[in-house]
Design a protein around this ligand. Structure first.
Ligand code: DGI
Ligand code: FE
Ligand code: FE
Length: 402
């Protein structure tokens, strides 16, 4: 069992951390990687304007999720939960006690590595762990790294590996925080971390959430979901944009609806019901029980109330799960795009994809009929609006074979 321990203030976690974590997992063949935000770094106070520990923890969890290896990558609150300063010697001894048989690797960036001998009780640290130092693939670090490796090996009998991180982002956290306060720096952050910063107005950002450009809107939406759903949401956005061009709808509105359509997918039933109450959405009996039917309604509410989206976007999101009778073109587009975006894979999806560009109503009906059939097979109650969508289309002469 190989465990990597990657500590830091993560203030904020950025693409450099992400690239390093990925490289460590691959090079060291880690079974587990612990991302460990420090409570109070021993060598300095956190700079003023730093977010509370809870926000650094949440951002670090986003970074962990971004690696898409939930079994391997975990966030550890060991240091945050311990009162007082976070000394690495204490941390690694605790983990050594918990995992006596494991091969422990302490992961460190270049500045940390080069100063490791000055940390508190390096001998205690290096008795418990091997050291993995990240270095850039370009630049002049090689000599200093080799000298430091030799020193740690000689003075402490340490085991040191140096791993090159391709494309390691050259950004200091101090500089990144300055950029963020000026409304810049997005290119150094994973989108969901950036979205979290915008949504919570960290680091002096003050984005007007009601008038976001598309990249910021994407970031905020992705921050509200798990990383594994992001590809689907990107697929829906692109498919909705293509369909909007094909069928003469507003492409930007189609994109915005696609970006936000599943933004509340990860709220639980209680949270969904609370939002419906707050925004006055009336629910029928089935909706009050089937949590999957609620995210379209609450997503619409958040799109309008938080992100200032117009009615067209509100209603497209509102109806994207069940459909309904007599839909607008944008509503049809989002429903169909959600059904057949490139990541969807089910029997008949190719036919639906082709039909969507030939006859939008027939594609819609095919989607609705497919849902009805699936619900019947799974013996799940079919929502009245789903049935109403089918009846309306059929009554208007739309036909499709399923
Ligand atoms: O959010 P997505 O997964 O991208 O897709 P979606 O918004 O169409 O949600 C699909 C889920 O909604 C799926 O788990 C089944 C559920 N659903 C859709 N129509 C009905 C339904 N559930 C019930 N009970 N009745 C329906 O008519
Ligand atoms: Fe959905
Ligand atoms: Fe969806």
């Amino acid at each position: 069992m190989k465990i990597g321990i990657y500590g830091g203030t993560f203030n904020p976690p950025h693409l450099g951390h992400l690239a390093a974590a990925r490289a460590a997992i691959r090079s060291l063949e880690l079974d587990r990687l612990l991302l460990m935000p420090a409570a109070v770094p021993p060598h300095k106070e956190l700079p003023s304007g730093s977010p509370p520990a809870g926000d650094r923890l949440a951002m670090t969890a986003k970074l962990a999720d971004a690696l898409l290896m939930p079994k391997t990558v975990q966030v550890s609150t060991l240091e945050m939960d311990r009162p007082g300063p976070s000394y690495t010697a204490d941390t690694v001894e605790t983990i050594r006690r918990q995992e006596p048989e494991a091969e422990l690797w302490l992961l460190v960036g270049s500045d940390m590595f080069l100063s490791l001998h000055t940390w508190r009780e390096p001998e205690r640290i290096l008795k418990c762990v091997s050291v993995c130092a990240f270095h850039r693939t370009q630049g002049d670090e090689a000599e200093r790294f080799a000298a430091q490796k030799a020193r740690l090996e000689r003075d402490y009998g340490a085991r040191v590996e140096m791993i090159p991180v391709p494309g390691l982002v050259e950004i200091s956290s101090t500089r990144l925080r300055e950029l963020l306060a000026r409304g810049e720096g997005q290119e150094y952050l994973h989108p969901s971390v950036y979205g979290y910063i915008l949504l919570h107005r960290l680091y002096g950002t003050h984005a007007d959430l009601r008038h976001l450009e598309l990249p910021e809107l994407r970031a905020c939406s992705y921050a509200m979901m798990k990383e594994k759903r992001v590809a689907h949401v990107q697929g829906v956005e692109e498919e909705a944009a293509r369909l909007a061009r094909r069928w003469g709808a507003d492409e930007t509105l189609a994109r915005r609806a696609g970006i936000l359509h599943d933004c509340t997918k990860y709220l639980d039933l209680e949270e969904q019901l609370a939002l419906c109450g707050q925004y006055g959405v009336e629910l029928d009996e089935l909706e009050r029980q089937a949590v999957k039917l609620l995210h379209s309604k609450t997503g619409a509410c958040i799109a309008r109330a938080v992100f200032g989206e117009p009615d067209e976007v509100y209603w497209a999101i509102f109806w994207h799960t069940t459909a309904k009778a007599d839909m607008t073109t944008l509503e049809k587009i989002l429903y169909v795009a959600d059904y057949m975006e490139p990541n969807r894979d089910f029997e008949g999806v190719e036919r639906l994809r082709a039909l969507a560009y030939e006859d939008l109503d027939r594609a819609l009906l095919l989607g609705v009929e497919t849902t009805i059939q699936e619900m019947e097979e799974r013996q799940v109650p079919i929502h009245t609006n789903t049935l109403a969508a089918r009846d309306w289309l059929t009554a208007h002469g739309v036909t499709v074979e399923i």
